[in-house]
Design a protein around this ligand. Structure first.
Ligand SMILES: Cc1ncc(COP(=O)(O)O)c(C=O)c1O
Length: 463
């Protein structure tokens, strides 16, 4: 164990005095996680560090206390404050490698990239190349190309009922990138202490991203009306990430009462709602529901991407950001990857303006609807004891298994027989979910869906 205090490199942005403690905390947390501050190292006394950084001692004491509470530091009598051994957050998990012989892949998450409109995209790329100015090929605005921001603002007002102008739009590389930028901004505010609520069950990756950025993550239960706003309010969170159009993975649409309660919560608590407009493009037999941002634009950060409607590989998404967060968000963006590739931005603008996205969505909605109907029919026929929910929108369904069936074991059995499905799961340490499978149907034809469900019924022996 080293007993001397290390020289610490801590950079503080003094133009934001309110965030000094959070900045110091984050700097130390990052250094410990990255191994720059090794276990056993003794930190300078709060007095010495405060003098060194020219900040008040109270700020250093508060930061040390917080990191002690989080388990990164220990205060020992006579030894001062010492770095603990921490397990670094796992690197992001790559998607499960498929078993050697996959016969039917019902895992949720991917659109059918075989439906990608190559000809229309090629036309849009050529048109974009012709129209790109020299300026657009230089170092661009971190918020995005003006033509795409205008196009997206028009599109989102028309199709999703947003209340936005081009200046509110920040182009990013998909939803996950947008979330990582936002998480960084929220982690610099008091939201880091209040925590960011996430839906439970929810997408497992988002939690890791928020924690990685330095904010605490608070799981909040989802029921058959969507996220529980009473539990959200009780959690004290400063922001919530939610999927109101089609909750992932339960498929629930946020009810009208909950929409009101959620925006009321944001207004009264000063919290932010991060609206992941996931699956909003694919709606089959329910009325359209406008985006939450349209009713509370100062409290909702709206986020979307082309990943489900066109292809995840394009890495193109957007945030619609309230003015109070915009400056910080753009600063974070400029300091990370600067901006999104100009040619992709110009192509997407051309593609949307020319009506190609509308056409593509009309076409794929028909196809996905047929696949969804095939899934429902096949489940009725081959697994009548199962009950299917969450099917009015999106590209996946939740299939409730008969009581007493272990969903994880069922998914393992299915995988051994070449059928890939996902069990419905809560986050670690959370109450268990009803026994159910989450099944995507977007990449299989109706015929293959019928075959796959017949095979699944045989191997699970549930019919
Ligand atoms: C809940 C949810 N939201 C959004 C996305 C889109 O993420 P991205 O735009 O980064 O591809 C996904 C992708 O799987 C998702 O599962």
């Amino acid at each position: 164990m080293s007993t001397s205090s290390p020289e610490l490199f801590v950079e503080l942005d003094r133009s934001r005095p309110r965030g000094l403690r959070a900045q110091l905390e984050r700097s130390l947390r990052d250094a410990i996680r990255a191994g720059r501050l090794r276990p056993g190292v003794r930190l300078p006394s709060s007095r010495a560090l405060a003098a060194d950084l020219q900040i008040t001692r109270g700020v250093v004491v508060a930061a040390y206390d917080q990191l002690t509470a989080e388990g990164y530091l220990t205060s020992r009598q006579g030894q001062g404050t010492v770095v603990n051994a921490v397990t670094r957050p796992d690197p992001p998990r790559r998607r499960d490698p498929p078993p050697a012989t996959v016969r039917y892949d019902f895992r949720p998450g991917d659109p059918d990239v075989g439906l990608f409109p190559h000809a229309a995209w090629a036309r849009a790329t050529r048109a974009a190349l012709r129209s790109l100015s020299d300026d657009a090929l230089g170092y661009g605005d971190p918020a995005g190309l003006p033509v795409l921001r205008e196009t997206l603002a028009d599109y989102l007002r028309r199709v999703r009922g947003l209340s936005c102008a081009p200046g509110d739009v920040v182009v990013c590389n998909g939803f996950s990138h947008g979330l990582s930028l936002l998480a960084r901004v929220l982690a610099d505010r008091d939201t880091a202490e209040r925590g960011v609520a996430v839906e439970d069950p929810g997408h497992p990756s988002w939690r890791g991203q928020i924690e990685w950025a330095g904010a605490a993550c608070l799981p909040v239960e989802v029921d058959d009306e969507g996220v529980r706003v009473d539990r959200l309010a009780a959690s004290g969170a400063g922001a919530v990430l939610t999927t109101p159009a089609h909750q992932y993975p339960t498929g629930v649409v946020l009810s009208a009462d909950r929409r009101i309660a959620l925006t009321d919560w944001a207004r009264t608590s000063g919290g932010y709602v991060i609206e992941d407009d996931y699956d909003a493009e694919y709606r089959y037999d329910r009325q359209p529901v406008g985006a939450l941002q349209g009713v509370a634009p100062d409290h909702v950060i709206h986020a979307g991407s082309l990943s489900k409607s066109l292809a995840p590989g394009l890495r193109l998404g957007w945030l619609v950001v309230p003015p109070a967060l915009r400056g910080e968000l753009l600063a974070v963006r400029a300091h990370s990857d600067r901006f999104t590739t100009s040619l992709i931005q110009a192509t997407a603008a051309e593609f949307i303006r020319h009506g190609d996205l509308d056409r593509h969505l009309r076409r794929t909605r028909r196809i996905y609807r047929q696949r969804r109907d095939a899934l429902i029919e096949a489940l009725h026929r081959h697994l009548p004891a199962c009950h299917t929910t969450g099917i009015s929108a999106g590209l996946h369904a939740v299939v409730r298994l008969p009581d007493g069936t272990d969903a994880t074991r069922a998914a393992d059995t299915a995988a051994r027989h070449g059928v890939l499905v996902r069990p419905l799961r809560s986050g670690p340490g959370r109450p268990s979910q009803p026994s159910a499978l989450v099944m995507g149907y977007s990449t299989l034809t109706p015929h293959r869906i019928e075959e796959g469900i017949r095979h699944l019924a045989t191997v699970l022996e549930l019919s």
